[in-house]
Design a protein around this ligand. Structure first.
Ligand code: MN
Length: 289
């Protein structure tokens, strides 16, 4: 019997705001309650939202990132991506895009063409993962992880986890990461329950996107999007669903390095932030062709 990670609290998300004209998101962290989940920097949840058919793709125009990774997980609807590295692709439901901005990427994120034309329900997560100082200025990279590449693990009864990154109950996920990072897409049916092994010494959190789930037999997460940060000590967590539930489980080794961040740049010092703005303005992060 391993010691379970303790639930440090259960918190809601901030109110909805728009990212560009395509993404009505609620920021789950950082918040006053959940400030430090290193290496995770931010999680935005675009809850299920209906978009009418349109001939003009909605989204975010060309903008930069440096010093970290953006992880986009599509649940419903699709996102088209184009970047200054010449990469492009569509993130369909079940797919994950793991973009390593590193020294600098300029990209645009728009609703997919088919989705835009047909309309429908859109639901997505964007997670920001910090990079250690040693690789913040390395060459950008891009991993298009298709749904079929993501292994699914049975966690108990009526409980399944898709392993996007890290290792879930012995099964490894496809994402390449620079430090130990786990991202699990967990689904439970009503009455379903399962145990997830996590690593001692990691920062971890349970993010309920929708449904109703008890963690470790007591703390209840319910409604649209709540987060339960977990203790650094402990090696597992028990999930029991009252209703059909969708969760993300995050776990990672803390970086223990200073963070200087502003907007789309996450560096270690103020001087590096100023350099990031100067490089972007001078066109040194490139442009979308
Ligand atoms: Mn972006």
């Amino acid at each position: 019997m391993t010691e379970r990670k303790k639930v440090l609290g259960v918190y809601g998300a901030a109110g909805s705001h728009w990212v560009g004209d395509g993404f009505p998101v609620r920021t789950v962290f950082p918040s006053n309650a959940v400030r430090d989940l290193s290496p995770f920097l931010m999680l935005d949840y675009a809850g299920p939202t209906y978009f009418k058919p349109s001939d003009q793709p909605r989204g975010v125009e060309e903008h930069p990132h440096r010093g970290f990774e953006t992880v986009t997980i599509s649940y419903q609807g699709s996102v088209d991506h184009r970047d200054s590295g010449g990469n492009s692709g569509t993130i369909d439901p079940g797919d994950v895009q793991w973009m390593t901005a590193a020294s600098g990427v300029v990209h645009e994120e728009k609703h997919g063409k088919d989705f835009t034309a047909k309309g429908g329900t859109f639901e997505m997560v964007q997670l920001w993962v910090n990079l250690p100082a040693a690789v913040k200025m390395s060459t950008p990279a891009y991993q298009a992880i298709l749904s079929a590449q993501i292994p699914e693990v049975e966690l108990g009864t009526g409980a399944y986890g898709r392993v996007i990154a890290g290792e879930l109950n012995g099964i490894k996920g496809p994402a390449r990461t620079f430090t130990p990072v786990s991202v699990f897409d967990v689904r439970l049916s009503a009455g379903g329950h399962g145990e997830i092994r996590l690593t001692e010494g990691t920062n971890s959190a349970i993010v309920l996107l929708r449904g109703e789930v008890a963690v470790n037999g007591s703390s209840l997460l319910k409604g649209e999007v709540q987060i339960a940060p977990l203790s650094v000590s402990g090696e597992s967590v028990l999930l029991e669903a009252k209703t059909e539930s969708l969760l993300l489980v995050l776990s990672g080794e803390p970086l223990k390095e200073p963070v200087a961040s502003y907007g789309p740049f996450v560096m270690n010092t103020e001087a590096e932030l100023r350099q990031a703005f100067a490089d972007y303005r001078a066109g040194r992060m490139g442009h979308i062709n």
